[in-house]
Design a protein around this ligand. Structure first.
Ligand SMILES: Cc1cc2nc3c(=O)[nH]c(=O)nc-3n(C[C@H](O)[C@H](O)[C@H](O)COP(=O)(O)OP(=O)(O)OC[C@H]3O[C@@H](n4cnc5c(N)ncnc54)[C@H](O)[C@@H]3O)c2cc1C
Length: 570
């Protein structure tokens, strides 16, 4: 086993990870900083995939209070209000920093001010963007900045386990696999940032990048940390449905299509949204996804089992002009978005839940910090489109500065628990010592369980069925091995590890969904269709205890505003 030491270790190179690197370097340039990534720096994760844009209150008629209220109301009052406040206030300086210090350049109005567009669930047009390729602009510029500094890179390095100190009271480092060689690496560090970006890829249809398999959340559970709001999984209504054999299936067709007046049609060619909500296709993501799921359950489907989106009534030329990127992406998959119909299906997009953390990004484990989509509490029961990348960049910045200060003043290298290292290595190598089996069948089964019973519409019977099925699937995976002829780029081995983490986190989602006996935001129980008294809102807390997921709840503290009140002056 290779052992490396670094003052600061950042796991993940999305918006959270890269800004953390830059800020740690800014505040303590003499420290050694290392970023470890499952893929290549700047080429993986979801920040790169951001299409729509970045929410920030910039316009004179907008305000942080307004952005805050939209975030809290969108989150159905489950948010940690202090984290949400940090998000909306921090976004203002963060967007300036992205432009002025890191070289991002966002779309402009004719007068030179930053252009901001409308996004669902918001009372003001506040989404900053670079066409519909905003994430590429942000990640390319941030990656250039990281490359330009003496920040060490461990690319194709997959974190597998947190290793605590021999005394068990602090973090000593992170165990990883060097994917290129298969060698195990221990990176010892004074401060570690968890920024691996969640990602609900356990659902049959999903949007996040393929490198994401909830590794960070699973590692956090195994390290004894608490994850909150895990039942809150957001589905985006319009994922492309291009057939079972292409990774394009599930990728997002942006919300602006419905916003611009696009129609959703059943397999019978008729619009159906008016039967579900007076706002029709322009209703919020959760409402439209549920209506689409109902329609699919009724069998009113397209040949591939989804529904249609149709734009041609707006005029094909106008659609081509307004949605150039989308039209091209659909054409690549054989669909004519401008003049024809495109098959779509709701697709798992984002996990509002994650590791509990404080406003300075510290966690309950000394030395471990967390930021971005791995964390819970900022968004509550629903994330506003545009608040995701704001979340990862705002908190990535805070984490970088805090870790630098921690590493200088309080942090220390701890002797690792050697027994824990040996156990983690044994677990990671488990599939190499079992007869190779069919991982694809296990993945299909996971998709089926999560889509059918822990998806858009849930009930007690389905969730209980899923809980039992996930336990059985985990046992099946444990008995299934992978080829061991070479450990270098052994993708079957990594698939196995992905599935292991996805099943564990799926169990947390399921048990949290069983515990929440009301419907709000992204979580809908057909057996508890109403939302409980908002004034007595509580969030779920999941932890791993003796191999099982244990759940309790904690009351939301309305530190800034109570349900029924507003921060806005009327
Ligand atoms: C298609 C799509 C469109 C989106 N559009 C928008 C939008 O318009 N606006 C918006 O606000 N949000 C959007 N989002 C959400 C947004 O992308 C995320 O909220 C945000 O970018 C997450 O940032 P992050 O840094 O937490 O994670 P990511 O950017 O996903 O980065 C995670 C990093 O961790 C690495 N990693 C994962 N596992 C490991 C491991 N075991 N070891 C080491 N490294 C690991 C990954 O390789 C990656 O580098 C979109 C998401 C998708 C999928």
């Amino acid at each position: 086993m290779n052992r490396i030491r670094t003052d600061i270790l950042v796991l993940g190179s999305g918006g959270a990870g890269l800004l953390a690197c830059l800020h740690a370097h800014k505040y303590a340039p003499d420290l050694s900083i290392t970023v470890a990534v499952k893929g290549l720096l700047g080429k993986c994760g979801c920040t790169r995939m951001v299409q729509g844009g970045y929410n920030v209150a910039l316009a004179p008629d907008d305000s942080v209070e307004r952005h805050f209220m939209d975030t809290i109301e969108g989150g159905k009052w489950l948010n940690n209000q202090e984290l949400a406040w940090t998000l909306v206030t921090g976004a203002q300086s963060c967007i300036r920093e992205l432009e002025n210090e890191h070289g991002c350049f966002f779309d402009r109005n004719p007068d030179g001010t930053i252009h901001q567009k409308a996004f669902a669930g918001q009372s003001f047009d506040r989404t900053v963007h670079k066409g519909d390729l905003t994430g590429i602009e942000i990640i390319n510029r941030l990656a250039e900045q990281v490359w330009a500094r003496n920040i060490n890179r461990l690319e194709d390095h997959r974190a597998i386990e947190f290793i605590k100190s021999a005394g068990g009271d602090a973090l000593a480092g992170v165990l990883m696999i060097d994917i290129r060689s298969g060698e195990i690496v221990l990176v010892q560090s004074k401060a570690v940032l968890l920024a691996t970006g969640g990602g609900p890829t356990m659902y049959r249809y999903h949007t996040p990048s393929g490198d994401k398999s909830c590794d960070g959340m699973a590692m956090a559970l195994r390290a004894g940390l608490v994850l909150r709001d895990m039942e809150m999984v957001q589905f985006h209504p319009t994922g492309l449905l291009a057939g079972p054999d292409t990774r394009m299936t599930g990728t997002v067709l942006e919300e602006g299509l419905r916003g611009a007046g696009g129609y959703l049609l059943g397999g019978d060619g008729e619009r159906f949204m008016q039967n579900y909500d007076p706002s029709g296709e322009r209703a919020t993501r959760d409402i439209v996804s549920r209506a689409m799921y109902e329609e699919i359950r009724r069998g009113n489907t397209t040949p591939l089992g989804g529904l249609y989106i149709e734009m041609k009534h707006l005029g094909a030329d106008k659609v081509r002009r307004m949605f150039k990127g989308m039209v091209q992406r659909c054409a690549d998959c054989g669909f004519d978005l401008a003049a024809g119909r495109v098959e779509v299906i709701p697709t798992a997009h984002y996990m509002m839940g994650g590791v509990m953390f404080d406003g300075d990004c510290s966690t309950a484990l000394p030395g471990l910090f967390a930021a971005g989509e791995d964390t819970g509490g900022v968004h509550g029961a629903n994330r506003l489109g545009g608040n995701g990348v704001a979340n990862s960049t705002v908190f990535g910045r805070i984490a970088g500065e805090r870790m630098a200060k921690w590493a200088v003043s309080e942090g220390a290298f701890h002797d690792p628990d050697e027994g824990a290292i040996a156990e983690a290595m044994k677990q990671a190598r488990l599939p190499l010592n079992r007869p190779p089996g069919d991982l694809e069948r296990i993945r299909e089964r996971l998709y089926e369980i999560m889509w059918d019973d822990v998806g858009i519409i849930r009930d007690a019977a389905g969730l209980a069925r899923a809980q039992a099925a996930l336990a059985a699937l985990d046992a099946q995976l444990e008995a299934t091995g992978v080829p061991r002829s070479s450990l270098a780029y052994n993708l079957s081995w990594h698939d196995w590890l992905n599935l292991k983490n996805l099943i564990l986190v799926s169990r947390a989602v399921t048990v949290a969904a069983i515990a929440r006996e009301d419907s709000r935001g992204a979580h809908y129980r057909s057996d508890f269709p109403l939302t409980d008294d908002l004034g007595r809102s509580a969030f779920t807390r999941a932890r791993l205890q003796a191999g099982d997921i244990a759940i309790d709840t904690e009351a939301v503290q309305f530190t800034r505003v109570r349900p029924g009140e507003s921060l806005l002056r009327t």
